[in-house]
Write a protein that binds this ligand. Structure first.
Ligand code: V0D
Length: 264
């Protein structure tokens, strides 16, 4: 009863991180958390630093959030690292971004392997510079047999492009008689998306105050809980992630009780 009151007043999460972890772990953990990592440029601007300094700081946040997510038992963490729109940024900024996977993996791949994390990717990798592709392919190869959390980077990913490709594949098979058009259902569509082997996201988080999906996992997010926070990605820390999961847990508790039906 006291706990419930404290939770309602949002003061249960004010203890230590260890308390917050224990609290979160005693309830249902979202199997798949997807995050749009926004606000790196704004973080840098506030400090009179170049935008790339924000991207670099954001890379450290990736490590922090992957570690805490793995610790509480998240099965899949998908991070939107680079969208198909991001090519429009200044060339020097794009060049800098494309060096981050290599730097990230040089610094952290050892730790990720120790933690049994499997690195995966969604998106069109064919357009990335060779050095970026090499770094990524190495990370995927070195972690392919790990069976812990999947750290899934969305790189040069766009949801509509993904759905167009899926539709074309299915149309081709229907035209050739390989499948019947009437047999196309949700499962078949799922199996032709880049997320075919992953559970659907349970929780979507976007940092930095924008309230948009920006072409991210439009099909896959049909039933996810959405959370938009004003915290800028480089400032997003373990406590922020745990609070997001606590909020997710309090919502799913409400929908499971008589207080509210699952809304449409
Ligand atoms: C910049 C905030 C890690 C978002 C995080 C090229 C923008 C830091 C990676 C990464 C980026 C990607 C693949 C991989 C290992 C690490 C990354 C990009 C941007 C886009 F296998 N951080 N990070 N990739 N930023």
């Amino acid at each position: 009863m006291l706990n419930k009151l404290m939770r309602k007043k949002n003061i249960l999460s004010e203890g230590s991180i260890a308390d917050q972890i224990a609290n979160v772990k005693s309830r249902q953990i979202p199997a798949h958390v997807a995050i749009i990592m926004d606000g790196n440029g704004r973080w840098a601007k506030k400090r009179n630093l170049p935008r790339v300094a924000g991207h670099h700081e954001g890379m450290k946040t990736v490590r922090k959030i992957a570690k805490i997510s793995n610790e509480i038992g998240v099965k899949v963490l998908t991070l939107y690292a680079f969208s198909t729109e991001n090519w429009k940024r200044p060339k020097l900024e794009v060049d800098f971004l494309m060096r981050l996977p290599g730097e990230f993996l040089n610094t952290y791949l050892g730790e990720l392997i120790e933690e049994n994390v499997r690195v995966e990717m969604i998106g069109d990798l064919s357009l990335l510079p060779d050095h970026t592709k090499k770094a990524i392919e190495q990370a995927i190869r070195k972690t392919k047999d790990n069976d812990g959390m999947i750290l899934n980077f969305a790189m040069n990913y766009g949801s509509r492009a993904e759905m167009i490709r899926c539709t074309q594949e299915l149309a081709k098979m229907a035209a050739s008689g390989e499948i019947k058009w009437e047999d196309i259902d949700e499962d078949m569509i799922n199996s032709y998306l880049m997320t075919a082997d992953l559970p659907e996201p349970d929780l979507l988080i976007r940092t930095s105050g924008e309230i948009r999906l920006s072409n991210f996992m439009l099909w896959q997010l049909a039933y996810a809980e959405f959370s938009f926070t004003d915290v800028l990605w480089p400032d997003f820390d373990e406590a922020c992630l745990l609070s997001e999961v606590e909020e997710f847990q309090s919502r799913s508790r409400r929908f499971g009780s008589v207080e509210g039906e699952e809304p449409v």
